[in-house]
Design a protein around this ligand. Sequence first.
Ligand code: NA7
Length: 560
Amino acid sequence: MQNELVKGKMTPGGVEDVDAVVVGAGFAGLYMLYRLRDLLGLRVVVIEAADGVGGTWYWNRYPGARCDIASVHYSYSFSDQLEQEWEWSEKYPAQEEILSYLNHVAKRFDLLRDIKFETRVTSANYDEAAQRWIIGTDTGKSYSAPYFVPAVGVLSTANVPKFKNDDKFEGEKYYTFAWPKEKVDFSGKRVAIIGTGATAMQVIPVVAEQAGHLTVFQRTANYAAPLQNGPLTKEEIRETKLKYREYRRQCWNSFAGVPFDTARPSALAESPEERNKQFQTCWDEGGFTLWLGSYMDILTNLEANETAAEFVRQKIRERVKDPKIAKMLCPPKGVAYGTKRQPCETNYYETYNRDNVTLVDIKSAPIEEFTANGLRTADGKTYEFDCLIYATGFDAFTGSMFKMNIHGRKGKSLKEHWSAGPRTFLGVSTQDFPNMFIITGPMSPSVLFNMPLAIEQNCEWISDCIEYMRRFNIAEIEADEKAEYRWIEHVKEVAAHTLLPTAESWYLGANIPGKPRIFMVYLGGGKQYKVKCDDVALKGYEGFILHPAEKKAKATAAAS
Ligand code: NA7
């Protein structure tokens, strides 16, 4: 059966031969298509489940959805013309604006004609004899190509927890990751939301303004800092356009792909007064400034970290009128600040001063079961509502990869290969899955770098690699087992110098019951990662196994 599928014989919709199959039409898939098609001249097909481009920015259209990286940095850098013609309206772009931008990019570079929308990948099998990937889809049609590029994003498979009798709830259900295109009107309704992560913190203040009543079910309190968003002035837009090259250079010279000129070496080296002044400056600056631009030791030293943590707790206590609610919203001492991605908020804490908002602690009294009208918690209390919102996060990094049902050499499944956690070399490649290039895969800097720039770097490296393969007649490339092992150890070692692996975060799969815990982000910084990738390429793809096309052809001929 597997072989028949691999050969495409059982594909009712037929098999189309192309040079590369890219999965996903978000930031990554669009740029990959452009590189491979327009610069390398390959025949490329992009497969996309949605009916439009945008990836994460297509699906996450919930009220309040907004990027936490400034628009000046959160965009493609590969085209001067694109930079000059596009105008961002706000410091931090809203979901609609990013989606418009990606639609503009798709039209401007004539990308739409090579994207198969409303199509889902159902299988990806490597045919070793033909040295081609056979990508099956839910339309019945398959694609055969030597190169397979998952551009599926890090946060694209939702985590929807199962609760007892949740199917008995008769009200409306909404999921932040798949929000309806039509505006949802919560006016006068009783709304409940599960989750208080970055997504929920964006939804809650907006829905609270509309709803008759909003009940927030919180399991874990989070540290958040204000986004400090606002419109961009004509002068700021003009200056950005003049300085784009300089800004991009600064991004690449920074740890996270976003420059902060505020960062100082040590929180512990300064007096409490000086430190609070610095924290306040970063707080006022907004976004990730407190997290990544205050002191370099807050993410490496617990004592230094506690100074920032207490600063945030104090802010929460100042902003939330009811001390009991403030206490519920403050992560307790001992829970480090910023070891989970720091959510950025706008009026989140003030929302709990509203009469129509209730905060429920479901750590001490978990959700026991759903009823037709709401739910009951373990302490016997019942909560009634008309609408329920899930803002419960994602099965990060591996969720969407596994959904594609990928099999490499000798039918080896990716799920098996990654059963103890994902294994990659540079985040791009994994042993026994030749010519499969993952964009911003596990163990690359990805979500701890500025995503569009991380994506561009990966796409450029991949297209250069494919160009090299074609020039030197290389049929297959894949991570060498030893290099893969060394890279995993290196990623672990770098992460261990920080406090980040100590948190129960999605960075290490802790949010999904049963998921192996392994830190999935390279914390050496984007610049260091780029140097490593370039070095590998310069040394003829050191750490990869390259199979020349001729050698393989001769071996096949000899065997027959
Ligand atoms: P997160 O940060 O994973 O937050 C998910 C929230 O959902 C969080 O508060 C969870 O509580 C809560 N959750 C998850 N499962 C459950 C169950 N079973 N019961 C109760 N509560 C639950 O996802 P987000 O979408 O907010 O943010 C992800 C990233 O997207 C963000 O960092 C940005 O980069 C964009 P918990 O903390 O697990 O107790």
